[in-house]
Design a protein around this ligand. Structure first.
Ligand code: 0PR
Length: 386
């Protein structure tokens, strides 16, 4: 049977019907996501650069230039004057690149085979993917009573096979910032590569600091920090996919360079070959459009929503797991199991919350699409279910 062409209107109407099954950020019911609706200006830019393939950057020199500029702007935010790296598909790919650099560097300069990485128990599961792909052994360091990595445990876990220490600035479940300075000191003293996963926090901590918040150092101002993941598609409002990997030294890209002899550029360090230029350009456009002022205002607004939500939860009688450092609130009912409460919230009004595992708790990520109005309704429902 031959397939006849389908008129555009028919395809559009079929897709509209299918899309109606998707949730929309604007409904305010998505409460466990670190992604949000991309800024309309970024979407406009994105479409203009859809054909730019950074897998062959010699063909798209302008777009490559913008990727470099983007990396440099983000680098400056993270206290380094000249940064190296890429805009990639997300935090997962960024973390994979960081560990690949660490592994290859340790293999080249220290002859380490079958390396180990020390990560906190709170690390995102992308590290498990990375370790699995690269045959690295994961050594988990325990958390302290405040759910942050215990530097003593990291120190104890170091062996002659350690290729990287990992700390998190904005943990996935609780939004907490590990004691990066202590980890950096340990890494520096032991001459070990240190990676900071600031996929979530990297686009808010610097801007909150500009607005007067005080955070412990977490970036390249610490001499032990070798690379940082920071994702524009989370707090940066960039369209997916947009992750960022920033390296202190060009050497880290070199140790994972693979020959690509017939391309316009003779080596490639990224995991992905053909890759979007649009993500870099949309991120660049937003960095210019918002400026640090605009991003500070956004981060501040979300922190204010976080405080508003947390204070009112406590008034109702819910228990907060830990004082929020960024825009994530984790809480529990005094007696009801978190999974049961999550289901009740879904049944009552379609709220989609996620349940954290360490410790078990309802976890709300206060992204840009979750407004004060949504929070007021959610608090009303939480009171009803109390
Ligand atoms: N590092 C940290 C600290 C993360 O929280 C995440 C993802 C990653 C790395 C990996 O990033 P990519 O997902 O960009 O590769 N954090 C969220 C999570 O797993 C991602 C997410 C986003 C989940 C939207 C749900 C959702 O609806 O919870």
């Amino acid at each position: 049977m031959k397939d006849l062409p389908t008129p555009k209107e028919d395809i559009l109407s079929e897709l509209a019907q299918i899309q109606s099954k998707d949730l929309k950020y604007s409904d305010g019911k998505i409460l466990g996501s670190m992604c949000t609706e991309a800024h309309p200006f970024a979407k406009e830019i994105y479409i203009k650069f859809l054909d730019s393939n950074l897998g062959d950057p010699g063909l798209f020199k302008g777009t490559r230039e913008i990727e470099e500029k983007t990396i440099n702007i983000i680098g400056k935010l993270l206290s380094i004057d000249k940064a190296y790296g890429n805009i990639v598909t997300g935090g997962t790919e960024a973390n994979i690149m960081a560990l690949r650099a660490a592994r290859n560097h340790a293999r080249k300069y220290k002859g380490i085979k079958n390396g180990e990485i020390i990560i906190p128990e709170s690390a995102h599961f992308s590290f498990k993917k990375a370790a699995d792909m690269m045959n690295l052994k994961i050594v988990e360091s325990e958390l302290d009573d405040n759910y942050k990595i215990n530097p003593k445990s990291v120190q104890d876990n170091i062996s002659d096979k350690t290729v990287s220490i990992v700390g998190i600035a904005g943990t996935t479940e609780l939004g907490l910032i590990d004691p990066i300075e202590e980890l950096s000191n340990i890494a520096f003293e032991n001459n070990i590569y240190m990676h900071v996963d600031a996929a979530f926090g990297g686009f808010s901590i610097p801007f909150l600091e500009m607005a007067g918040y005080n955070f412990p150092k977490f970036d390249f101002s610490l001499p032990g920090v070798s690379s940082i993941t920071v994702d524009p598609h989370k707090m940066g409002l960039a369209p997916i996919p947009a992750g960022g990997i920033i390296f202190r030294k060009k050497e880290y890209l070199k140790v994972m360079a693979i020959d690509s002899p017939y391309l316009t550029v003779k080596t490639q360090s990224t995991v992905v070959g053909t890759r979007l230029g649009a993500s870099s350009v949309a991120t660049y456009a937003l960095l210019k459009y918002f400026g640090s002022d605009g991003y500070s205002k956004l981060a501040l607004k979300l922190m204010n929503n976080t405080k508003f939500f947390k204070n009112n939860l406590e008034k109702i009688g819910y228990n907060i797991v830990v004082e929020p450092e960024l825009n994530i609130v984790a809480f529990n009912h005094p007696t009801k199991d978190a999974d049961i409460l999550a289901k009740e919230l879904k049944d009552l009004n379609g709220w989609i919350v996620s349940v954290a595992s360490c410790p078990k708790a309802i976890r709300i990520v206060l992204m840009n699409h979750v407004t004060k109005q949504h929070l007021t309704q959610l608090l009303k429902d939480l009171k009803e279910l109390f």
